[in-house]
Design a protein. Structure first.
Length: 287
């Protein structure tokens, strides 16, 4: 059983309000999206801006309600959970955003933001909280003096590290990372990606890595799902997708990558998969 099984997800938004506010036209932001993610794997969700990547990520965590489809996490259908069940499940599924400010309280020292979930969800006392926070900050490479500073005093890279530490407090199995390095300087990007990679190895994390930037996909992901206008265009192991994209859309995305890839990561590019399994995805992508 895959850790994450997404099937037939649909999300529509009203685009024009009709007479007396009745929605007349609908725009389909996510259109019949089906994919899986295995434990410990990084699945990249790629595509141009507006493709429906972030909406898909939010649907997976049920931060928004789908119009159709299911999300099974560790065998449990997240889309039918009640509030209490969802609350418990969410501890195991965390999200990190392009803008780390969105998960850190500007009025709290960073260390306290990181520790907050420990008090809220686990009722952990102050002493234990401080100890666990120090551990987590160490894990993400933030020195303890930084813990006492406020978000406005931190660099982009430090902020994203702190946001990652906060996500880790709940010992999640899945992290949905929505453009986690897009706002960072190029020099800091590789550091944060390396951190994410190390954390994955250490904690067996599964990543749904959302990005518009295919050059990241090559170094961070095992598999990629290419989206365009709400639909999956193509999906498969990154190596085979890069070596032999089947769809013109994927080729166009690949052609847009500046060469050489301006990132040096510890991770070696994945070796070509001996049996690229693109057929089912391509079938599914057809109308
Ligand atoms: N809350 C919303 N209301 C209306 N339209 C939305 C909303 N959220 C996203 N959309 C639209 O859905 C489409 C997909 O958005 P999004 O998932 O953010 O794309 P991506 O992350 O790939 O850039 C876009 O056209 C966007 O304008
Ligand atoms: Mg987005």
């Amino acid at each position: 059983m895959s850790l994450l099984e997404v099937e037939g997800l649909v999300k529509r938004y009203p685009v024009r309000q009709g007479f007396l506010g009745r929605a007349k036209e609908w725009f389909t932001a996510v259109d019949d999206v089906t994919f899986t993610a295995e434990r410990g794997e990084t699945v990249a969700l790629v595509g141009e801006s507006g493709a429906g990547k972030s909406t898909t990520g939010r649907l997976v965590l049920r931060l928004i309600e789908p119009d159709a489809g299911t999300v099974r996490f560790d065998g449990v259908d997240v889309t039918t959970l009640d509030r209490a069940g969802l609350r418990r499940m969410r501890l195991r599924m965390q999200m990190i955003f392009q803008d780390p400010y969105s998960s850190l309280d500007p009025h709290l020292p960073v260390g306290e933001s990181v520790a907050e979930p420990l008090a809220v969800h686990f009722g952990m006392g102050r002493t234990d909280r401080l100890r666990r926070t120090a551990e987590l900050l160490d894990v993400v490479g933030i020195s303890s003096d930084v813990a006492e500073r406020y978000p406005a005093e931190l660099s982009g890279g430090q902020l994203q590290r702190a946001a990652i530490a906060r996500a880790l407090t709940m010992k999640p199995d899945l992290i949905v990372a929505d453009e986690p390095v897009a706002a960072l300087d190029v020099s800091v990007r590789a550091q944060v990606l390396n951190l994410m990679y190390d954390l994955q190895a250490e904690f067996g994390l599964t990543y749904l890595f959302i990005t518009h930037d295919l050059s990241l996909v090559e170094v961070i992901a095992d598999r990629a799902i290419v989206m365009s206008t709400g639909r999956i265009v193509e999906q498969g192991p990154v190596a085979s997708l890069f070596a032999a994209p089947r769809e013109a859309y994927t080729r166009a995305l690949l052609d847009a990558i500046p060469r050489p890839v301006p990132l040096s990561l510890r991770r070696q590019p994945v070796r070509p998969d001996p049996e690229p399994d693109l057929e089912p995805a391509l079938e599914a992508a057809k109308d």
